[in-house]
Design a protein around this ligand. Sequence first.
Ligand SMILES: [Ca+2]
Ligand SMILES: [Ca+2]
Ligand SMILES: [Ca+2]
Ligand SMILES: [Ca+2]
Length: 523
Amino acid sequence: MNAHRSSVIPSGVPGGRRRAGTQSKNPGGSFQRCTFSDRRGPSTALRPPFRLRSAQDDTRWKRFLPSCSPRPLRRCVSAFQENPRANRASVLIVVLWACVGLVSIALLFGHSMLMSYRGADNDLAGRQAEQAIEGAARYAEMLLTNVTMPGTLPEPGTYPGEAVEVGEATFWLFGKPEGQASGTAGEFGLVDEAGKINLNTATPAMLRALPGMTEEFAAAIIDWRDADDEVTTGGAESQVYAQKTPAYKAKNGPFESIEELALVSGATRELLYGEDANLNGALDATEDDGATNAPDDNGDGKLDAGLLAYVTVFSREPNKQADDTDRININRPGPNEPLNTLLTTKFGESRAGEIRASLGPGPFPSTLVFFVRSAMKEDEFAQILDALTTATGDYRTGLINVNTASAAVLAGVPGIGAEKAAKLVTARLSRTVRDTNIAWVVAALGDPAAVAQAGPFLTGQSWQVMADVAAVGRHGRGYRRTKFVIDHSTGTARIIYRRNLAPLGWALGSEVRQTLAERKDTR
Ligand SMILES: [Ca+2]
Ligand SMILES: [Ca+2]
Ligand SMILES: [Ca+2]
Ligand SMILES: [Ca+2]
């Protein structure tokens, strides 16, 4: 025991037994003097039975190594003395805890990596969806550029618009091509802007006839776009907007987008969106459950769309013929030599003379009235319609394409109304050709007075389409949606308006969501 005891006492500690030749002449000096007699190493020096001999030794320790406390050392030594196996168990526990710590760090790191991977994957999917949307817009431009007859739209069904796969992405074109703004099922395709009411040219009566419209809001729309500050009955000019927070003024200028309607006094979400909260033209579950979930709806199993589905600011057609030559103004004062030449060229001298005799003197409020008075056959009129106009200027703004407009839009056209609008849609569906001819309207209306009233507002041409594109990337992730308006009235199809509609939320319906989820599960 004494041998052990003396072996662990530092040779430089006063009072300790020193090995011969190692006695310090400088007790309390440097650590270099603190050597143990057992030279197998510091750990072996701590083997039991190691014991500090007395409190006096503690004091000496402190003098010798002032930064060291002998108490932990004393406890450690006691543990060694009492149960040497406990030491090995403690080491095992420490090792186990270290392992647990390392595993935890590994798991944390792995989770962090997984989250990063998913984030990157979602980002990639979103970028794929964005590129698919850009591709869809170019695709729509190409479709417009390649129509067989200028002024017509690509025929629905001749191009894909639903779940079109582009690489790992998929896109959809929301919209009812024939302008039917209400219904239940979603339809897919390009939407004709000429099938809608133009906010900048519509008469007050046309605005009032729109589904869901109120007298006050129609009046406020008129006040918003007219240049003066005189309040229309029920309307609103700058003094009304001055009381809003923040205050602003009536625009007193033309609308630049349909979303601008939200600024007009009296605008409400119900008025603008109706039941179609996500503007996808389809009746989603929450849009047919009454007040259970937003939006509030009447639960009648039918989509009652808001004003945004029926209006546009983009419709205009070039006041030129398809070959870019000037049209002939049928109200040209004096002898209309260009018209006479056209009739003779198309139908011969004899038939041209008959037509001129039937026409009688002008003016003609519209080409439809010209057609009625000329007593031409429909196919004859179709040959010269594109060459005729009643207007000056390069473009005619806001005409409604009777070949594509919905019954709700046509009902608002002067002289038509709901009943005749239904007749027009029925007659249109029975036509087998898609062209720009509108001569069939005369027979469908069956009323010369109605033709005279409606004629100035109607056309058979369309030059702008809306492409409302939604897309997802790989694994059905990264949902994006952008609305484009593409115009080719200048001869080149180009995007003139775009708006991010992703904030309206998921608009592809529960079935598509389910399909995408299943595809993801089986990947
Ligand atoms: Ca005004
Ligand atoms: Ca909807
Ligand atoms: Ca609802
Ligand atoms: Ca409804």
